[in-house]
Design a binder for this molecule. Structure first.
Ligand code: F6R
Length: 605
């Protein structure tokens, strides 16, 4: 978590850093700070709170430097306070840090730092160690320091007596960088570079970069010069602003027809799914005996949909495992296992560590990620990129539906590789998949109707969501969305499971959202709805087409979903659930894009 930005060039750095930090706030927004390199030393301005607060502090100070670095924090070690905000200074060294130094207590002892540190952070220890080792050679100080650190880090460092230069090094936590006219920029995320360049490189791990007016110098830890490997951002940079919407979440929900279409079209060649550009041979799909999906949160929910599709249509066993639990449950993963690591950011540490573990067990790993060159992508044998573009709102929406699009395509490619479907079946499946973006457009056109549905949940303390099969998988995601952006307690239940305990919680005050889109499950789902209605629940029904039950059910509200083949109802229905969560949050006056306690990129275990 935490966002890092650095700039050296000809322009006034302060406002450049503050603008970039605002873009990076989705990575953490507990506190913010900048360090400016001046002829007479380094000026630090920092405070608890958002970048807005920092801007106020900056107005009170004189910030006329052309070289500086900034940080927006998601607190891990040490509470949210001015003193724990980055940058941290020790002696003549100033540091910003993203990641966790696991052995900071041991290092505090070893370097006699007790009583000398002013913050409660693990990061200040790094500043102190750099100061300890610094004797006019920044590279030596950085090398000696990082070799003693355990944990993950993206570090940017300034030395008082080296004005106009910033040094950076990383292990696991991301840093992307680029040379620009008259200087250089670096950040935790390409989105913050896109105002300056569309060419960037990922700083290789344990390489020291020095950013200055002349550009970037790069060395490995033995002092050997290294060449950066530049990539091109193929994201439309206009997607990094709100485009007239009040929140990124709404904008990103609205972008879904375009990005789902782009994802599908990218991997369709001559009308059939084709992953040959990512060099994935069909043997990978043909020869695997089982599949294991590792992912967290929303990405894991996408995996659950993938499991249903693959198990029902291909007949291979699929496990979906929370990446954070993967290694601790003795997973059965071997060379016959195909591991799918799904991640928007490509940086989620739990998913990354699970992926590395799976690789060690000999599994073939494909990652489905949104961010090019991210750690999960780099560590996977094969990569399939989703084409969601930058997702800024903390709550994931378009990344999820593009992950689903990839899983639909993978299922079909697997069927082809195994000769399971005849031409007509494949053609029917693809033509329905291609229709998804249009159907999502239809749903989005009915946003006012969905806004009205949200009214039924606005005052609720708890909301239950019930469905079976694919409907249940979708609801797990819908419920997460509602919880995280509206702070309403919500649970998704497989509706058949309700009467084994949870039904005790159903009262007249509890809205129950029921989803019915799967023909084979419909009659059972309707019976389960009756059960909660008999206990007084107000039921909001999302149902496919005109399939309304004949009996009198007296629903609180009904939303008739556009018709698709059952297995394709997932994406349009999910979009309704995203909008519901969005409207509840916006109508409660909450900060939809930055829910409390969260960060977009979770780089701590
Ligand atoms: C919820 C959400 C999170 C992420 C999870 C994994 O809206 O966004 O649950 O899905 O933190 O993140 P990635 O996909 O970046 O690995």
């Amino acid at each position: 978590m935490c966002g890092i930005i650095g700039y050296t060039g000809n322009r006034e750095a302060g406002s450049i850093l503050a603008d970039a930090l605002e873009l990076l706030e989705y990575r953490g927004y507990d506190s913010a700070g900048i360090a400016l390199s001046k002829k007479d030393g380094v000026q630090v301005i920092k405070c608890a709170g958002r970048v807005k607060e920092l801007r106020k502090r900056m107005q009170e100070a004189k910030t006329d430097a052309v070289c500086g670095m900034g940080h927006t924090r998601w607190a891990t070690h040490g509470g949210v306070s001015d003193v724990n905000a980055h940058p941290h200074r020790f002696g003549a060294v100033t540091v910003i840090h993203n990641g966790i130094i696991e052995n900071y207590q041991e290092l505090t002892e070893k370097y006699g730092l007790n009583g000398k540190l002013v913050s409660q952070t693990d990061s200040e220890v790094v500043a102190a160690m750099l100061s300890h080792y610094y004797q006019n050679d920044p590279y030596a100080a950085i090398r000696k320091t990082v070799l003693k650190l355990k944990g993950t880090f993206a570090l940017a460092v300034m030395f008082d007596d080296i004005p106009g230069k910033i040094f950076a090094i990383r292990n696991v936590s991301p840093i992307v960088a680029a040379k620009i006219d008259g200087g250089a920029v670096f950040s935790s995320d390409v989105a913050a570079l896109s105002a300056y360049t569309d060419r960037y490189f990922v700083l290789p791990e344990f390489h020291i970069a020095c950013f200055g007016k002349e550009g970037i110098e790069l060395y490995d830890l033995s002092g050997e010069a290294a060449e950066p490997e530049y990539m091109t951002v193929d994201w439309d940079t206009s997607r990094s602003d709100k485009g007239g919407y009040p929140f990124f979440m709404e904008k990103e929900i609205m972008e879904q027809p375009a990005v789902i279409r782009e994802t599908i079209q990218t991997y369709l060649k001559d009308g059939v799914p084709d992953f040959s550009e990512g060099q994935i041979p069909d043997s990978v799909f043909r020869e695997c005996k089982r599949i294991c999906v590792i992912a967290c949160g929303t990405a894991m929910h996408a995996g659950l949909v993938g499991k249903s599709l693959i198990q029902s249509m291909i007949g291979i066993h699929v496990d979906v495992v929370m990446a954070s639990e993967f290694m601790y449950n003795d997973p059965v993963v071997d060379p016959d296992t195909l591991v799918l690591a799904i991640s928007q950011s490509g940086e989620t540490i739990d998913t990354l560590e699970a992926l590395k573990f799976a690789k060690k067990c000999g599994a073939t790993c494909i990652s489905v990620v949104n961010v090019k060159g991210s750690s999960i992508a780099v560590n996977s044998k094969y990569v399939i990129y989703t084409c969601a573009g930058p997702e800024i709102a903390v709550a994931s929406t378009k990344a999820y539906t593009t992950q689903l699009a990839v899983l639909y395509l993978l299922t079909a490619r697997m069927a082809m590789a195994r000769n399971l479907w005849d031409g007509a079946r494949l053609e029917g499946y693809i033509s329905e998949l291609v229709r998804v973006p249009m159907v999502v457009e239809e749903v989005l056109e009915r946003k006012d109707e969905i806004h009205h549905l949200a009214g039924s949940m606005l005052g609720a303390k708890d909301v239950f969501m019930i469905g079976r099969g694919l409907d249940y998988s979708i609801l797990l995601e819908g419920s997460l969305k509602l919880k995280e952006v509206s702070y309403i307690h919500s649970e998704a239940y497989a509706s058949g499971e309700l009467k084994h305990g949870t039904i005790a919680l159903i009262t007249r005050e509890t809205p129950v959202l029921a989803v019915v889109t799967q023909e084979k499950l419909k009659s059972k789902e309707l019976s389960n709805i009756k059960e909660v209605q008999s206990r007084g629940a107000k039921v909001i029904l999302l149902i496919k087409g005109e399939d309304l039950p004949k009996e009198d059910y007296s629903f609180e509200q009904i939303f008739k979903l556009p018709r698709m083949e059952d297995e394709f109802m997932v994406i349009p229905t999910s979009v309704v659930l995203q909008l519901l969560a969005y409207y509840v949050s916006a109508d409660k006056g909450l900060d939809v894009d930055k829910p409390r306690n969260l960060a977009k990129v979770v780089t701590v275990e």
